[in-house]
Write a protein that binds this ligand. Structure first.
Ligand code: HSE
Length: 331
């Protein structure tokens, strides 16, 4: 299966590393991935016969396949390619540059896997309709809860269920801030700084702190699992800036934790600080994400996991690629 990777930052590189590390195991399950192009915002590594990923990772732009003027849009139509893996930076205002890459790929009849929330927040329904019309896959497991296989569970294990509501903690940075304030009495600003140092926070941490990142993920869950056509403006949103140490202490005296909860059902979508009983599945601390899907037959199912990190995100991208391998080979 020929792949083009677009975006070679932390996630793109982690995916390439995992493809190298797991090559033998992947081949053993019928997944022969051949990467014909890797594109950065400027330039790319090109080899229509397939790149040696280990060499590319080691040598970077000194690798003979490096073409400084290479363009991803041209690569999509000109290189051998079954799946475009889109991992560029998130822009939730325009969806670009990822949006143009995904549209081009679908127009050309290629399957798409993306780790990028931006294009989905801006145009998810349009992109899903386009994919359906073209008979292509558009998979995006990595966009919500990174390593947590929430879309796979909904699509595969719960396909005979109707999902009634989804609730969870969808942002690791704010979960970390609230946990540190509660457990270690660390100040808001110090805890945010720690989350930034750990590489969890968005480039602009306002997106985390004001609940914008969580709202984006809620939109993707609504459209991807519950078949809705929601936008970020449909989410009632409140951040965590207003949570004080006094509020946290008061809640704890009554047996509660203050958590930044995202909630979605057919009537409402909201993100904001809520009181959660200390023994609730939503009480998970640290940078963890948690997602509870309430389905009509199955009842509530809760998934907890790492909501960020290059290898965790790459794990989700690879899981989507394996879904495509399985579906395309009719197994
Ligand atoms: N800034 C995000 C978080 C990263 O803290 O969860 C994953 O989208």
């Amino acid at each position: 299966m020929d792949l083009i990777l677009i975006g070679f930052g932390n996630v793109g590189r982690a995916l390439a590393e995992v493809l190298v590390e797991r090559e033998a195991e992947l081949k053993g399950i019928g997944a022969n991935f051949n990467v014909t192009g890797i594109f950065r915002s400027k330039g790319g590594f090109i080899s229509p016969d397939g790149l040696n990923l280990k060499d590319v990772l080691e040598r970077g732009e000194r690798h003979p396949s490096w073409v400084p003027e290479a363009s991803a849009l041209e690569g999509i139509s000109e290189l051998p390619c079954d799946v475009v893996v889109e991992m560029t930076v998130t822009n939730i205002e325009t969806g670009e540059p990822g949006l143009s890459f995904i549209k081009k790929a679908l127009e050309e009849g290629k399957d798409v896997v993306t780790s990028n929330k931006g294009p989905l927040v801006v145009s998810m329904r349009e992109l899903l309709n386009m994919a359906e019309k073209k008979g292509c896959f558009l998979l995006y497991e990595a966009t919500v809860g990174a390593a947590i296989p929430v879309f796979a569970v909904a699509r595969e294990a719960l396909k005979h269920n109707e999902v009634e509501c989804i609730e969870g903690i969808l942002n690791g940075t704010t979960n970390y801030i609230l946990s540190r304030m509660s457990e270690d009495k660390v100040s808001f600003d110090d805890a945010l700084r720690e989350a930034q140092e750990m590489g969890y926070a968005e480039a602009d941490p306002t997106y985390d702190v004001e609940g914008i990142d969580a709202a984006c993920k809620l939109v993707i869950l609504a459209n991807g699992i519950m078949g809705m056509n929601k936008r970020i403006s449909d989410v009632e949103r409140e951040g965590v800036r207003g949570v004080t140490p006094e509020m946290i202490e008061l809640a704890e005296e009554e047996g509660y934790l203050v958590k930044h909860i995202s909630y979605l059902d057919r009537e409402r979508m909201e993100v904001g600080p809520r009181l959660v009983p200390k023994n609730s599945p939503l009480s998970i601390g640290g940078t963890f994400n948690v997602i509870t899907i309430k389905a009509d037959l199955a009842g509530p199912i809760t998934l907890i996991g790492k909501g960020a990190g290059p290898r965790e995100t790459a794990s989700a991208v690879l899981s989507d690629l394996l879904t495509i391998v399985k579906e395309r080979s009719g197994r």
